[in-house]
Design a protein around this ligand. Structure first.
Ligand SMILES: *[C@@H]1O[C@H](CO)[C@@H](O)[C@H](O)[C@H]1NC(C)=O
Length: 395
């Protein structure tokens, strides 16, 4: 029951984006939106900065991952990327010419704290983000700053296995504290994590992103346990979020008057057939993707659908951890790419092995009787169709 209210919120938000974007795409005008509505662009640090060894930055987990032979099909890496580190002024000017009034970017932890918690704050890292933020504000572009968009100092991976260890909660808190202190006078929108549900699934279940950990049938990785590690790492991500939010709310918010939240990758799931089994499968698939992270933050515990299936594989929150979770958040960001159909595979025929929704005992597909759930578009057209082709409905 607890999860219902915000799931409705997500439903409304998804519906709105679809309503706005599809039927009347050609008829959208600025005047349809409130004057205060923000239109923006978004990036992540590893995606665009480049300068991977400049300005006293240390190696991130993504630098190490992309440089390992065979990891990336064409052997490319983000060493230079869009060279944003050197060309940020031009990039801000491009945004200005588009007429946007918001820009969401992430901070490279390895640039600000080259050794994680250990060692000192890197003044060159602080200087880079100060220049970027000032350049944005000069053009009237509101900065939305993400503390973690997948990349962390490799030092933390090597030292204690990064998100697998509870130690990272303290280190993430320290990183957040440094950022609030350095940038919070000008940054009024903070996001602790961008799409942590993607990072955990790809990093610890499917093994396709760093640290590339998984076990069969999800993939064959050098190490990992796809049945257990996603739940351990999510626990540490959720508590790292709570650590950062507590620091912001206790030390900074009353002075800096900003907001802090989290951004989730939100696939919506519709039942493949109108049966109780498939309706429950759709609810499970959803619970295992977004409420997995957001229910603990908003309600203090994982969704009941997950507890039912996973039992003691799902960690529990201690009283002290629940106290910390009490700081919750100020907003939930929704990145919505697609909706998929979910079919029950608990009672009916078996679950397709190695799908991200396998633990939810749901099989997902983008098609019903060969008809796509909606017009294919953009980024998802290849990856989502590939995912859906692993399993095709027989009825
Ligand atoms: C960059 O790192 C080098 C080597 O550790 C150090 O000597 C130098 O002072 C650093 N530069 C700045 C501006 O912190």
């Amino acid at each position: 029951m607890a999860g219902k209210a915000w799931r409705q919120l997500v439903a409304v938000a998804s519906l709105l984006s679809v309503l706005w974007l599809l039927p009347w795409a050609s008829a959208i005008h600025r005047s349809d939106f409130p004057v205060s509505f923000l239109f923006g662009t978004a990036t992540s640090s590893y995606q665009i900065e480049g300068a991977y060894l400049e300005g006293n930055k240390s190696l991130s987990n993504w630098d190490v991952f992309t440089h390992a032979p065979g990891r990336i099909k064409d052997g490319s890496a983000g060493d230079i990327a869009d060279d944003h580190y050197h060309r940020y002024d031009e990039d801000v000017e491009l945004m200005n010419s588009l007429g946007v009034n918001a820009y969401r970017f992430s901070i490279s932890w390895a640039r600000v704290l080259p050794e994680g918690r250990f060692g000192r704050v890197n003044p060159l890292g602080i200087e880079f983000y100060n220049k970027l933020i000032d350049s944005l504000l000069l053009k009237g572009i509101e900065p939305f700053v993400t503390l973690n968009h997948y990349d962390i100092p490799q030092e933390l991976e090597d030292r204690y296995g990064a998100w697998l260890s509870a130690e990272i909660q303290r280190d993430f808190g320290h990183f957040a504290d440094v950022c609030f202190a350095a940038f919070g006078d000008r940054v009024k929108y903070w996001t602790t994590f961008n799409e942590p549900n993607v990072a955990v699934l790809t990093g610890y279940m499917l093994g396709t992103y760093p640290p590339a950990r998984c076990s069969p049938p999800f993939g064959s990785c050098a190490g990992g346990d796809s049945d257990a590690e996603p739940y351990v790492t999510t626990h540490n991500v959720v508590l790292s979020h709570a650590t950062a939010v507590e620091i912001y709310k206790r030390k900074y918010q009353s002075k800096q008057k900003g907001l802090i939240g989290i951004v989730m990758y939100t696939t919506w799931y519709e039942p493949l057939t109108d049966t109780p089994e498939d309706r429950l499968a759709a609810e499970r698939a959803l619970a295992f993707s977004v409420p997995w992270f957001v229910d603990p933050i908003v309600y203090g515990d994982y969704p009941p659908e997950m507890r039912q299936v996973l039992g003691s594989r799902l960690p529990t929150f201690s009283p002290e951890e629940r106290r910390k979770l009490g700081y919750k958040l100020d907003f939930i960001g929704i990145n919505h790419y697609t909706t998929l159909y979910a079919r029950d595979c608990m009672f009916s025929s078996g679950c397709p092995l190695g799908q991200g929704t396998q633990h939810a005992l749901a099989a997902v597909t983008g098609e019903r009787n060969g008809v796509p759930i909606g017009p294919p578009g953009g980024q998802c057209s290849t990856s989502c169709l590939t995912a859906s082709r692993r399993w095709s409905p027989t009825s």
